[in-house]
Design a protein around this ligand. Structure first.
Ligand code: SF4
Ligand code: FE
Length: 484
């Protein structure tokens, strides 16, 4: 099959028989659900943009397996150019959706699994890499979306998986059969699960030999028997259910989604297992996946940041504050912070190196620095956007008030800014800032900036490990002419 169009992607989702719950009810038709649909539209952009000739270079790549052009989200990075183009692709999509478009987790999962399976086979004489490569061909051929599933619920954080009072707090193998394994557990914060065809499960931490049953990686269809998806709430999500909701949504068309996914004795066939008991490789897989996803944030969050900076600039323009020097300076500061994140994304890509399997990996230290900055800068960019937007962003009446003839004239008159800018447009832009900083998109832009791809402390551990303090000490000693 060739690459899918946006319409074909949406049609392909209709074939899935997902078990999704939201607000305590089983959802019959997730595709048309008003709360879920914007998140589907966001992933659909990864197909739509890939079909545009002007974006072909960043949105697609030539598969090293088939030699055919594939969507970059299914591609295994073959060079530093590929790594940079990935970051550019994510920025482009962030600019065009202003939310989390969800598909990157699967891309980062396949790239980390590709090199790790190669190394497991070398160490253990297993056959995971061939199986994984065949699976990859299938994904490139179908142009499917993979949900990358790493985060376990983790229970008591002071205990390892095998020490937990409830062993299901980390997803594990509960039965080993001739033809595969049966797994039980859950994966939390699952981005885009309802819009994905496949779910690729990986361990969430480094494991010890006694944690063998928790050392499992595999990929299966999202509608496999035993999988239950519980949809996460987002701030202001009910606005999407309001009749004719538009202006108040801030971003009507796009959004992200997060879910809790339960695996209740799910069967995984042998040809879909890519790690099974080789505990010493769990940490390597986690580190690689996290590294790629920390690079990703130097693209996607920057694209969303571009929208927020633009919205803040328009808010200032609409109320006539745009010429004030402090407003100009705040926009400069926001741009500086946003481009710093992009610099990190591009830098860790440019310094990428080939793995033993031949695919390219980002520079780990720089990728962790990138994500550490992402845990801070979007907060400062949001603070400055709220500063520029003013209090009206959170005191503004609803769009229904603007439609009530008794009060609409008052609102039109008193909420107007400069001549030449409509009150409605002013409202639209303030609602967009609200959506990005406090509403549904704030999940993707703010809290996900903190916790997605690992919380700040996870990067600090990696920075400590990769920072080469000993090397730095030797530079200092040499300059200070210290002889040990
Ligand atoms: Fe992609 Fe960013 Fe969403 Fe992660 S947070 S899935 S990198 S858009
Ligand atoms: Fe994320």
């Amino acid at each position: 099959m060739a690459r899918l169009t946006k319409e074909q992607y949406i049609e392909s989702l209709r074939k899935l028989n997902l078990k999704v719950y939201m607000f305590g009810e089983l959802i019959e038709n997730p595709i048309e659900h008003p709360i879920i649909r914007p998140s589907l539209n966001a992933i659909a952009m990864t197909y739509e943009m890939a079909g545009k000739p002007e974006h072909e270079d960043v949105m697609t790549a030539i598969s090293h397996l088939s030699g055919r052009r594939v969507n970059r989200f299914t591609h295994i990075h073959q060079s530093t150019d590929d790594l940079r183009n990935k970051v550019k692709m994510l920025r482009l999509l962030g600019q065009n959706t202003a939310c989390c478009f969800q598909r990157c987790v699967g891309m980062d999962a396949i790239n980390s699994t590709y090199s790790t399976t190669y190394e497991i086979d070398k160490a253990h004489g297993t056959n995971y890499h061939r199986l994984f490569t065949e699976y990859l061909e299938y994904i490139q051929d179908t142009d499917y979306v993979i949900d990358g599933a790493m985060t376990d619920p983790k229970g008591d954080r002071s205990k390892s998986p095998s020490q937990q009072s409830d062993p299901d707090m980390y997803l594990r193998v509960v039965e080993r059969r001739e033809d595969g394994v049966v797994v039980r557990g859950a994966k939390a914060h699952q981005t885009g699960m309802v819009n994905s065809h496949e779910v690729m499960v990986m361990p969430t931490r480094a494991l010890k030999p006694e944690d063998k049953d928790w050392a499992i990686a595999f990929s299966i269809p999202t509608d496999s028997e035993g999988i239950t998806i519980i949809y996460g709430r987002q701030s202001c999500d009910l606005r999407k259910l309001e009749e004719d909701a538009d202006v108040d949504l801030g971003n009507k068309e796009f959004g992200g989604h997060e879910t809790l996914v339960i695996f209740d004795d799910v069967f995984v066939p042998n040809d879909r297992i890519f790690l099974n008991g080789e505990t010493e490789f769990a940490g390597i897989l986690v580190e690689r996946f996290a590294g790629y996803h920390r690079q990703s944030y130097g693209g996607c969050k920057v694209g969303v940041g571009d929208v927020l900076i633009g919205a803040a600039a328009l808010a200032a323009e609409y109320n006539g504050a745009n010429k004030a020097s402090h407003i100009k300076d705040k926009l400069i500061e926001m741009t500086h912070l946003n481009e710093t994140l992009y610099c990190c994304g591009i830098a860790c890509s440019s310094e990428g190196k080939p793995t033993d399997a031949g695919n390219y990996q980002i520079d780990m230290l720089m990728a962790n620095v990138c994500k550490q900055n992402v845990t801070r800068f979007p907060y400062e960019i949001s603070r400055l956007a709220e500063d520029i937007a003013g209090g009206l962003m959170v005191t503004m009446p609803s769009e229904k008030d603007f439609k009530n003839p008794d009060i609409a004239p008052y609102l039109e008159k008193y909420l107007k800014g400069i001549d030449g800018a409509s009150t409605e447009n002013r409202m639209r832009i303030l609602r967009l800032v609200e959506n990005l900083t406090l509403g549904t998109a704030a999940v993707g832009y703010r809290t996900e900036s903190m916790h997605g791809a690992g919380p700040p402390q996870a990067q600090r551990i990696m920075i400590a490990r990769q920072g080469n303090i000993e090397g730095k000490k030797s530079f200092a000693k040499k300059i200070a002419r210290i002889k040990d």
